[in-house]
Design a protein around this ligand. Structure first.
Ligand SMILES: Cc1ncc(COP(=O)(O)O)c(C=O)c1O
Length: 397
Protein backbone atom coordinates (compact mmCIF):
# COMPACT_ATOMS: atom_id res chain seq x y z
CA UNK A 1 0.00 0.00 0.00
CA UNK A 2 1.38 3.43 -0.95
CA UNK A 3 1.04 6.11 1.69
CA UNK A 4 1.34 9.87 1.80
CA UNK A 5 1.53 11.46 5.24
CA UNK A 6 0.49 8.11 6.69
CA UNK A 7 -2.67 7.90 4.58
CA UNK A 8 -3.55 5.28 1.96
CA UNK A 9 -3.32 6.74 -1.56
CA UNK A 10 -4.96 3.87 -3.43
CA UNK A 11 -7.97 6.02 -4.46
CA UNK A 12 -5.67 8.01 -6.77
CA UNK A 13 -4.44 7.15 -10.24
CA UNK A 14 -0.87 5.77 -10.68
CA UNK A 15 0.67 9.07 -11.84
CA UNK A 16 -0.68 10.83 -8.76
CA UNK A 17 0.41 8.01 -6.44
CA UNK A 18 3.96 8.22 -7.77
CA UNK A 19 4.09 11.91 -6.83
CA UNK A 20 2.77 11.26 -3.32
CA UNK A 21 4.32 7.90 -2.47
CA UNK A 22 6.61 7.55 0.52
CA UNK A 23 6.50 11.19 1.57
CA UNK A 24 5.38 12.64 4.88
CA UNK A 25 6.14 16.39 4.93
CA UNK A 26 4.63 16.94 8.36
CA UNK A 27 7.06 14.41 9.85
CA UNK A 28 9.92 16.16 8.03
CA UNK A 29 9.37 19.65 9.45
CA UNK A 30 7.34 20.51 6.33
CA UNK A 31 10.10 19.70 3.87
CA UNK A 32 8.76 18.03 0.74
CA UNK A 33 11.19 15.12 0.34
CA UNK A 34 12.18 12.20 2.52
CA UNK A 35 15.85 12.77 3.51
CA UNK A 36 18.52 10.08 3.01
CA UNK A 37 18.63 8.32 6.38
CA UNK A 38 22.09 6.91 7.01
CA UNK A 39 22.96 4.49 9.75
CA UNK A 40 23.92 1.14 11.12
CA UNK A 41 22.77 1.29 14.76
CA UNK A 42 19.12 1.74 15.67
CA UNK A 43 18.64 2.56 19.37
CA UNK A 44 15.99 0.85 21.49
CA UNK A 45 14.43 2.62 24.45
CA UNK A 46 14.46 -0.42 26.82
CA UNK A 47 16.21 -3.78 27.25
CA UNK A 48 12.92 -5.53 26.61
CA UNK A 49 12.44 -3.69 23.32
CA UNK A 50 16.02 -4.53 22.28
CA UNK A 51 15.74 -8.22 23.17
CA UNK A 52 12.46 -8.54 21.27
CA UNK A 53 13.65 -6.24 18.43
CA UNK A 54 10.55 -4.19 18.92
CA UNK A 55 10.33 -1.14 16.73
CA UNK A 56 9.79 -0.16 13.12
CA UNK A 57 13.50 -0.48 12.29
CA UNK A 58 16.14 -2.77 13.77
CA UNK A 59 19.44 -2.30 11.94
CA UNK A 60 20.72 -0.31 8.96
CA UNK A 61 21.03 -3.28 6.59
CA UNK A 62 17.39 -4.22 7.12
CA UNK A 63 15.90 -0.90 6.15
CA UNK A 64 15.51 2.78 6.95
CA UNK A 65 12.65 5.24 6.47
CA UNK A 66 14.24 6.13 3.10
CA UNK A 67 14.42 2.54 1.82
CA UNK A 68 10.94 1.84 3.16
CA UNK A 69 9.58 4.84 1.24
CA UNK A 70 10.97 3.60 -2.08
CA UNK A 71 10.06 -0.04 -1.44
CA UNK A 72 6.47 0.94 -0.68
CA UNK A 73 6.21 3.20 -3.72
CA UNK A 74 7.65 0.52 -6.02
CA UNK A 75 5.39 -2.23 -4.64
CA UNK A 76 2.45 0.05 -5.26
CA UNK A 77 3.54 0.79 -8.83
CA UNK A 78 4.12 -2.92 -9.58
CA UNK A 79 1.06 -4.18 -7.66
CA UNK A 80 3.51 -6.37 -5.70
CA UNK A 81 3.35 -7.86 -2.21
CA UNK A 82 6.80 -6.44 -1.44
CA UNK A 83 10.03 -5.01 -2.85
CA UNK A 84 13.69 -5.11 -1.83
CA UNK A 85 16.42 -2.67 -2.92
CA UNK A 86 19.86 -3.87 -4.00
CA UNK A 87 23.10 -2.03 -4.82
CA UNK A 88 22.85 -2.72 -8.59
CA UNK A 89 20.58 -4.18 -11.25
CA UNK A 90 22.81 -7.21 -11.55
CA UNK A 91 22.61 -7.81 -7.78
CA UNK A 92 18.81 -7.72 -8.23
CA UNK A 93 19.00 -10.50 -10.85
CA UNK A 94 21.29 -12.47 -8.52
CA UNK A 95 19.04 -12.32 -5.44
CA UNK A 96 15.96 -13.23 -7.51
CA UNK A 97 17.74 -16.40 -8.67
CA UNK A 98 19.25 -17.17 -5.26
CA UNK A 99 15.93 -17.01 -3.45
CA UNK A 100 14.20 -19.42 -5.84
CA UNK A 101 16.93 -22.02 -6.60
CA UNK A 102 18.89 -24.59 -4.64
CA UNK A 103 21.44 -27.31 -5.45
CA UNK A 104 19.97 -29.92 -7.78
CA UNK A 105 17.47 -27.54 -9.40
CA UNK A 106 17.15 -26.75 -13.10
CA UNK A 107 16.85 -23.21 -14.49
CA UNK A 108 15.48 -22.20 -17.90
CA UNK A 109 16.76 -18.82 -18.98
CA UNK A 110 16.26 -16.87 -22.18
CA UNK A 111 19.17 -16.81 -24.64
CA UNK A 112 18.59 -13.05 -24.97
CA UNK A 113 19.26 -12.35 -21.28
CA UNK A 114 21.56 -9.50 -20.13
CA UNK A 115 25.00 -11.04 -20.50
CA UNK A 116 26.26 -10.61 -16.90
CA UNK A 117 23.15 -12.51 -15.69
CA UNK A 118 24.25 -15.30 -18.00
CA UNK A 119 27.75 -15.13 -16.53
CA UNK A 120 26.29 -15.55 -13.02
CA UNK A 121 24.38 -18.67 -14.12
CA UNK A 122 27.30 -20.22 -16.03
CA UNK A 123 29.82 -19.67 -13.27
CA UNK A 124 28.38 -19.11 -9.80
CA UNK A 125 25.08 -21.04 -10.04
CA UNK A 126 26.88 -23.92 -11.73
CA UNK A 127 29.30 -24.19 -8.79
CA UNK A 128 26.31 -24.31 -6.46
CA UNK A 129 24.85 -27.28 -8.34
CA UNK A 130 22.17 -25.52 -10.42
CA UNK A 131 21.86 -26.63 -14.04
CA UNK A 132 21.05 -23.91 -16.60
CA UNK A 133 19.44 -24.42 -20.01
CA UNK A 134 19.09 -21.47 -22.41
CA UNK A 135 15.92 -21.24 -24.48
CA UNK A 136 14.93 -19.39 -27.63
CA UNK A 137 13.20 -16.16 -26.48
CA UNK A 138 10.42 -16.76 -29.06
CA UNK A 139 9.56 -20.17 -27.61
CA UNK A 140 6.33 -19.10 -25.82
CA UNK A 141 4.18 -22.03 -24.68
CA UNK A 142 6.76 -24.39 -26.23
CA UNK A 143 8.82 -23.91 -23.05
CA UNK A 144 6.90 -26.87 -21.60
CA UNK A 145 8.93 -29.25 -23.77
CA UNK A 146 12.15 -28.06 -22.07
CA UNK A 147 10.86 -28.42 -18.53
CA UNK A 148 12.26 -31.18 -16.34
CA UNK A 149 10.85 -32.52 -13.08
CA UNK A 150 13.44 -30.34 -11.24
CA UNK A 151 12.83 -27.12 -13.23
CA UNK A 152 12.15 -24.52 -10.54
CA UNK A 153 12.62 -21.26 -12.42
CA UNK A 154 11.88 -19.83 -15.85
CA UNK A 155 13.75 -16.55 -16.30
CA UNK A 156 12.57 -14.09 -18.98
CA UNK A 157 13.68 -10.71 -20.20
CA UNK A 158 11.41 -8.81 -22.58
CA UNK A 159 12.47 -7.34 -24.82
CA UNK A 160 15.81 -9.15 -24.93
CA UNK A 161 19.13 -7.45 -24.30
CA UNK A 162 20.65 -5.92 -27.44
CA UNK A 163 18.34 -7.69 -29.93
CA UNK A 164 14.89 -6.89 -28.43
CA UNK A 165 13.14 -10.23 -28.98
CA UNK A 166 9.69 -10.07 -27.43
CA UNK A 167 8.62 -12.87 -25.12
CA UNK A 168 5.10 -14.17 -24.57
CA UNK A 169 5.06 -13.62 -20.81
CA UNK A 170 1.47 -14.83 -20.13
CA UNK A 171 2.25 -18.08 -22.01
CA UNK A 172 5.51 -18.58 -20.07
CA UNK A 173 3.67 -17.86 -16.83
CA UNK A 174 0.96 -20.44 -17.56
CA UNK A 175 3.57 -23.07 -18.48
CA UNK A 176 5.68 -22.35 -15.38
CA UNK A 177 2.65 -22.43 -13.07
CA UNK A 178 1.42 -25.72 -14.49
CA UNK A 179 4.73 -27.30 -13.34
CA UNK A 180 5.07 -25.44 -10.04
CA UNK A 181 8.00 -23.31 -11.28
CA UNK A 182 8.46 -19.58 -10.72
CA UNK A 183 8.49 -17.05 -13.55
CA UNK A 184 11.17 -14.38 -13.04
CA UNK A 185 11.48 -11.43 -15.39
CA UNK A 186 14.00 -8.66 -15.95
CA UNK A 187 11.55 -5.83 -16.68
CA UNK A 188 14.11 -3.01 -16.87
CA UNK A 189 13.29 -1.90 -20.43
CA UNK A 190 9.54 -1.40 -20.01
CA UNK A 191 9.49 -0.56 -16.29
CA UNK A 192 6.19 -1.17 -14.42
CA UNK A 193 4.74 1.89 -16.18
CA UNK A 194 4.81 0.10 -19.53
CA UNK A 195 4.57 -3.52 -18.37
CA UNK A 196 2.82 -4.29 -15.07
CA UNK A 197 4.74 -7.48 -14.35
CA UNK A 198 2.69 -9.18 -11.65
CA UNK A 199 -0.62 -8.50 -13.40
CA UNK A 200 0.82 -10.35 -16.41
CA UNK A 201 1.77 -13.43 -14.40
CA UNK A 202 5.36 -12.71 -13.33
CA UNK A 203 6.19 -14.02 -9.84
CA UNK A 204 9.38 -12.03 -9.27
CA UNK A 205 10.19 -8.90 -11.30
CA UNK A 206 13.57 -7.23 -11.57
CA UNK A 207 14.31 -3.62 -12.39
CA UNK A 208 17.76 -2.11 -12.81
CA UNK A 209 16.91 1.22 -11.15
CA UNK A 210 20.24 2.42 -12.50
CA UNK A 211 18.42 3.06 -15.79
CA UNK A 212 15.08 4.90 -15.95
CA UNK A 213 14.36 5.21 -12.24
CA UNK A 214 17.66 7.01 -11.68
CA UNK A 215 17.36 8.67 -15.05
CA UNK A 216 20.54 10.74 -14.72
CA UNK A 217 23.37 8.17 -15.06
CA UNK A 218 24.57 8.97 -11.56
CA UNK A 219 23.38 6.10 -9.37
CA UNK A 220 23.40 2.31 -9.17
CA UNK A 221 20.34 0.46 -7.87
CA UNK A 222 18.34 -2.74 -8.27
CA UNK A 223 14.73 -3.37 -7.28
CA UNK A 224 13.09 -6.78 -6.95
CA UNK A 225 9.35 -7.09 -6.40
CA UNK A 226 7.41 -10.27 -5.71
CA UNK A 227 3.83 -11.47 -5.56
CA UNK A 228 2.27 -12.86 -2.36
CA UNK A 229 3.57 -16.38 -3.00
CA UNK A 230 7.21 -15.46 -3.51
CA UNK A 231 7.56 -12.40 -1.27
CA UNK A 232 8.46 -14.28 1.97
CA UNK A 233 11.40 -16.12 0.38
CA UNK A 234 12.65 -12.96 -1.35
CA UNK A 235 12.59 -10.99 1.89
CA UNK A 236 14.25 -13.86 3.76
CA UNK A 237 17.12 -14.01 1.22
CA UNK A 238 17.51 -10.24 1.36
CA UNK A 239 17.78 -10.23 5.16
CA UNK A 240 20.21 -13.16 5.08
CA UNK A 241 22.55 -11.53 2.57
CA UNK A 242 22.35 -7.87 3.61
CA UNK A 243 22.85 -6.82 -0.01
CA UNK A 244 21.53 -3.39 0.83
CA UNK A 245 21.54 -0.32 -1.44
CA UNK A 246 23.39 2.87 -0.52
CA UNK A 247 21.25 5.56 1.18
CA UNK A 248 22.27 8.32 -1.23
CA UNK A 249 21.32 6.19 -4.25
CA UNK A 250 17.95 5.34 -2.71
CA UNK A 251 17.33 9.01 -2.02
CA UNK A 252 18.20 9.92 -5.63
CA UNK A 253 15.99 7.10 -6.91
CA UNK A 254 13.02 8.44 -4.89
CA UNK A 255 13.62 11.80 -6.51
CA UNK A 256 13.88 10.13 -9.95
CA UNK A 257 10.58 8.33 -9.35
CA UNK A 258 8.67 11.63 -9.36
CA UNK A 259 9.67 12.42 -12.97
CA UNK A 260 10.16 8.91 -14.30
CA UNK A 261 6.84 8.67 -16.19
CA UNK A 262 7.42 12.06 -17.76
CA UNK A 263 10.92 11.17 -18.94
CA UNK A 264 9.77 7.77 -20.20
CA UNK A 265 7.03 9.40 -22.28
CA UNK A 266 9.49 11.86 -23.84
CA UNK A 267 12.07 9.19 -24.51
CA UNK A 268 9.44 6.85 -25.93
CA UNK A 269 8.31 9.47 -28.46
CA UNK A 270 11.82 10.60 -29.38
CA UNK A 271 13.12 7.03 -29.77
CA UNK A 272 10.20 6.06 -32.00
CA UNK A 273 10.78 9.15 -34.11
CA UNK A 274 14.48 8.30 -34.54
CA UNK A 275 13.67 4.61 -35.12
CA UNK A 276 11.13 5.42 -37.88
CA UNK A 277 13.61 7.79 -39.50
CA UNK A 278 16.34 5.16 -39.35
CA UNK A 279 14.04 2.74 -41.19
CA UNK A 280 14.21 5.11 -44.17
CA UNK A 281 18.02 5.38 -44.25
CA UNK A 282 19.73 3.44 -47.05
CA UNK A 283 22.59 2.42 -44.72
CA UNK A 284 20.15 0.64 -42.35
CA UNK A 285 19.14 -2.97 -42.98
CA UNK A 286 16.73 -3.39 -40.05
CA UNK A 287 15.53 -1.52 -36.96
CA UNK A 288 14.95 -3.67 -33.86
CA UNK A 289 12.26 -1.79 -31.95
CA UNK A 290 9.21 -3.62 -30.50
CA UNK A 291 6.84 -0.70 -31.22
CA UNK A 292 7.56 -0.73 -34.96
CA UNK A 293 5.02 -2.76 -36.96
CA UNK A 294 7.93 -4.13 -39.04
CA UNK A 295 9.45 -5.81 -35.96
CA UNK A 296 8.87 -9.52 -35.46
CA UNK A 297 7.64 -9.24 -31.88
CA UNK A 298 5.38 -6.26 -32.50
CA UNK A 299 2.09 -8.14 -32.01
CA UNK A 300 3.13 -9.32 -28.54
CA UNK A 301 4.30 -5.82 -27.61
CA UNK A 302 0.95 -4.40 -28.74
CA UNK A 303 -1.02 -7.00 -26.82
CA UNK A 304 0.86 -6.90 -23.51
CA UNK A 305 2.78 -3.63 -23.19
CA UNK A 306 1.51 -0.12 -22.46
CA UNK A 307 4.42 1.73 -24.03
CA UNK A 308 8.02 1.54 -25.16
CA UNK A 309 11.11 3.08 -23.61
CA UNK A 310 13.97 4.78 -25.41
CA UNK A 311 16.35 1.89 -26.12
CA UNK A 312 16.50 -0.01 -29.42
CA UNK A 313 18.97 -1.36 -31.97
CA UNK A 314 19.72 -1.14 -35.67
CA UNK A 315 21.37 -3.57 -38.03
CA UNK A 316 23.39 -1.75 -40.69
CA UNK A 317 23.96 -2.98 -44.22
CA UNK A 318 27.30 -4.81 -44.45
CA UNK A 319 30.16 -2.33 -43.97
CA UNK A 320 33.81 -2.67 -42.96
CA UNK A 321 34.68 -2.28 -39.27
CA UNK A 322 36.71 0.89 -39.98
CA UNK A 323 33.66 2.51 -41.60
CA UNK A 324 31.47 1.74 -38.56
CA UNK A 325 34.23 3.17 -36.36
CA UNK A 326 34.26 6.33 -38.51
CA UNK A 327 30.48 6.67 -38.00
CA UNK A 328 30.79 6.24 -34.24
CA UNK A 329 34.00 8.12 -33.49
CA UNK A 330 32.81 11.40 -34.99
CA UNK A 331 29.43 11.57 -33.21
CA UNK A 332 28.98 14.76 -31.20
CA UNK A 333 25.80 14.03 -29.25
CA UNK A 334 25.73 10.24 -28.86
CA UNK A 335 28.18 9.19 -26.16
CA UNK A 336 29.76 5.76 -26.33
CA UNK A 337 29.43 3.83 -23.11
CA UNK A 338 27.43 1.15 -21.33
CA UNK A 339 24.18 1.48 -19.43
CA UNK A 340 21.14 3.49 -20.53
CA UNK A 341 18.00 5.23 -19.24
CA UNK A 342 19.70 8.55 -18.54
CA UNK A 343 18.92 11.98 -20.03
CA UNK A 344 21.73 11.73 -22.59
CA UNK A 345 21.86 9.73 -25.81
CA UNK A 346 24.25 6.81 -26.11
CA UNK A 347 25.34 4.39 -28.82
CA UNK A 348 27.26 1.11 -28.60
CA UNK A 349 28.26 -1.47 -31.21
CA UNK A 350 27.46 -5.08 -30.27
CA UNK A 351 27.82 -8.65 -31.46
CA UNK A 352 26.08 -11.56 -29.70
CA UNK A 353 27.66 -14.27 -31.88
CA UNK A 354 30.17 -15.52 -29.33
CA UNK A 355 27.86 -16.16 -26.42
CA UNK A 356 24.32 -17.01 -27.55
CA UNK A 357 23.85 -20.77 -27.53
CA UNK A 358 20.15 -21.60 -28.06
CA UNK A 359 19.75 -19.34 -31.09
CA UNK A 360 21.93 -18.33 -34.03
CA UNK A 361 22.95 -14.68 -34.16
CA UNK A 362 22.98 -13.82 -37.86
CA UNK A 363 21.93 -10.17 -38.17
CA UNK A 364 23.38 -9.67 -41.66
CA UNK A 365 25.43 -6.58 -40.83
CA UNK A 366 27.05 -4.57 -38.05
CA UNK A 367 24.78 -3.85 -35.06
CA UNK A 368 24.40 -0.71 -32.98
CA UNK A 369 22.31 -0.12 -29.85
CA UNK A 370 20.91 3.36 -29.33
CA UNK A 371 19.64 4.95 -26.13
CA UNK A 372 17.69 8.09 -26.92
CA UNK A 373 17.95 10.83 -24.32
CA UNK A 374 16.24 14.19 -23.93
CA UNK A 375 18.09 16.16 -26.61
CA UNK A 376 16.19 17.68 -29.56
CA UNK A 377 15.40 14.87 -32.00
CA UNK A 378 16.38 17.01 -35.01
CA UNK A 379 19.89 17.41 -33.54
CA UNK A 380 20.14 13.66 -32.91
CA UNK A 381 19.12 12.85 -36.48
CA UNK A 382 21.64 15.38 -37.83
CA UNK A 383 24.38 13.78 -35.71
CA UNK A 384 23.51 10.32 -37.10
CA UNK A 385 23.16 11.66 -40.65
CA UNK A 386 26.69 13.06 -40.49
CA UNK A 387 27.79 9.68 -39.12
CA UNK A 388 26.24 7.88 -42.12
CA UNK A 389 28.16 10.25 -44.44
CA UNK A 390 31.40 9.24 -42.67
CA UNK A 391 30.39 5.58 -42.97
CA UNK A 392 29.87 5.94 -46.72
CA UNK A 393 33.15 7.85 -47.20
CA UNK A 394 35.18 5.32 -45.18
CA UNK A 395 33.50 2.38 -46.99
CA UNK A 396 34.45 3.85 -50.36
CA UNK A 397 38.06 4.67 -49.34
C1 LIG B 1 18.45 -5.52 -18.89
C2 LIG B 1 19.43 -5.18 -17.81
N1 LIG B 1 19.28 -5.76 -16.62
C3 LIG B 1 20.14 -5.50 -15.61
C4 LIG B 1 21.19 -4.63 -15.78
C5 LIG B 1 22.16 -4.42 -14.66
O1 LIG B 1 22.03 -3.18 -14.06
P1 LIG B 1 23.26 -2.54 -13.28
O2 LIG B 1 24.10 -1.85 -14.29
O3 LIG B 1 22.62 -1.62 -12.30
O4 LIG B 1 23.98 -3.67 -12.59
C6 LIG B 1 21.39 -4.01 -17.01
C7 LIG B 1 22.51 -3.08 -17.22
O5 LIG B 1 22.84 -2.67 -18.32
C8 LIG B 1 20.48 -4.30 -18.07
O6 LIG B 1 20.64 -3.75 -19.29
Amino acid sequence: MAVFSGKDTSAFRPRTRVVLAGRDPAAQHGFVNMPPFRGSTVLYPTTDDLLHRRGRFSYGTRGTPTTEALEGAWSDLCAAAGTVLLPSGLAACVIALMCTLKAGDHLLITDSVYRPTRNFCDNVLKRFGVETTYYDPLIGAGITALMKPNTKVVFAEAPGSQTFEMQDIPALSAAAKARGAALLMDNTWATPFFFPPHERGVDIAIEAGTKYLGGHSDLLLGLVSANEEYWPRLRQAFDAMALCAGPEDVFLALRGLRTMRLRLGEQEGAALDVARWLETRPQVRKVLHPALPSFEGHAIWKRDFLGASGLFSVVLNPAPQKAVAALLDGLRLFGMGYSWGGFESLITPFDCKDYRTATKFEPGGPCLRLQIGLEDVADLKADLEAGFARLEAASAA
